[in-house]
Design a protein around this ligand. Structure first.
Ligand SMILES: Nc1ncnc2c1ncn2[C@@H]1O[C@H](COP(=O)(O)OP(=O)(O)O)[C@@H](O)[C@H]1O
Ligand SMILES: [Mg+2]
Length: 328
């Protein structure tokens, strides 16, 4: 059912440049989480730290009791086998067919027979909708297909934790929508714990169970989608609305004077933003119910008492059958 990832007090610098500090969060088992944040805030560095490829100076990343920061390298390597990774550019070998690209981890890390490899690869190719394209070279297919091939390759070793770094980069809106649905269907089928890094607001609003955001060297928030989508924290609401007004500036942090001027200009957008919870994508017809989504909803119900009135109202409204029926 996927594995929980617990991040505790993680701090990472390169030389004198601090990337982020004291980041703590838990990726709940079998749920889909998204990490948002302006470019350069260290999202990719965060993913690499989770799998132990980069070493933060402080903190722990616990997976099945193994600390991906401080455990012996042998244990880290072993635990890394639980992961499926999908990098920004698909990272396919240009001179290999899609089939060989997707088979690569199996040939590299297992001793499976070629017939067994063929069965697994074709099954994953089917899941990502690339049947018929397996003989093509990466250069002969579209960017969207390359992304899906990268995802298929991330799936061949039956990962329990899947990390996707900007799976939507370079995709048009329609292909991004297909990819979003694919990620949800995948989670329904294999129940893996997923962390997706993106700045795509449609993905953020409709795909994940949980959202986090890195900003100004801190994790400013992490929580269930219902809570984030109804948040009145300025950085969160600005980012989710894609507005210029707010604490996030072109070079990340606006100075205090600019912010004060915006507020003096009678900018009501910050406070008057409507509180609503856009419906989450459902698995395609015929797919299993997402167990992670059910568990998340229970978590949200348990924390309802601590939420502001406007958030509570919006969340309860989103749970009523009428609201759910509206998008089916
Ligand atoms: N291996 C590295 N050595 C030194 N600096 C790095 C390294 N990797 C990333 N950085 C720096 O860390 C910062 C965050 O990078 P990154 O995680 O790629 O941001 P994001 O993915 O959020 O756009 C950048 O300023 C980048 O230059
Ligand atoms: Mg990045």
């Amino acid at each position: 059912m996927g594995i929980e990832v617990v991040v505790e007090g993680l701090t990472k610098s390169f030389g004198k440049q601090n990337i982020w500090q004291d980041v703590s969060l838990t990726l709940p088992a079998g749920e889909v989480s998204v990490m948002l944040g302006p470019s350069g805030t260290g999202k990719t560095v965060f993913l690499k730290s989770i799998i132990g490829l980069l070493k933060p100076e402080q903190g722990r990343v616990l997976i099945n009791g193994v600390d991906m920061v401080n455990s012996p390298e042998r244990e880290i390597m072993e635990t890394r086998k639980l992961f499926g990774l999908m990098f920004q550019d698909g990272a396919l070998f240009g001179s290999m067919s899609l089939f060989d690209n997707i088979a690569f981890p199996l040939r590299e890390h297992t001793r499976k027979k070629e017939s067994e490899i063929r069965r697994i690869v074709m099954e994953r190719i089917d899941i990502v909708g690339l049947l018929g394209a397996e003989g093509k070279l990466p250069g002969e297919i579209s960017g969207g297909m390359r992304k899906r091939a990268g995802l298929a390759r991330a799936l061949v070793l039956d990962p329990q934790i899947i990390l996707c770094d900007e799976p939507d980069s370079g995709l048009d809106p329609v292909r991004t929508a297909y990819l979003s649905q694919l990620l949800i269907d995948l989670n329904a089928q294999i129940d893996a714990t997923m962390l997706i890094v993106t700045h795509n607001l449609d993905i953020a609003a409709t795909v994940p169970d949980n959202m986090g955001m890195l900003f100004c060297r801190n994790l400013v928030t992490f929580g269930p989608r219902e809570v984030l989508l109804t948040s009145d924290t300025p950085v969160v609401s600005q980012f989710l609305a894609g507005r210029r007004e707010g604490p996030i500036g072109m070079s990340e942090e606006k100075d205090a004077a600019t912010l004060a001027a915006e507020q003096l200009n009678g900018n009501t957008a910050l406070t008057a933003a409507p509180r609503s919870v856009v419906p989450q994508l459902e698995p395609s017809p015929g797919m299993p119910v997402r167990q992670g989504a059910l568990r998340r909803r229970e978590r949200v119900m348990a924390m309802m008492g601590q939420l502001p009135e406007a958030a509570r109202t919006a969340i309860l409204h989103s749970y009523t059958p009428a609201a759910e029926g509206a998008h089916r």
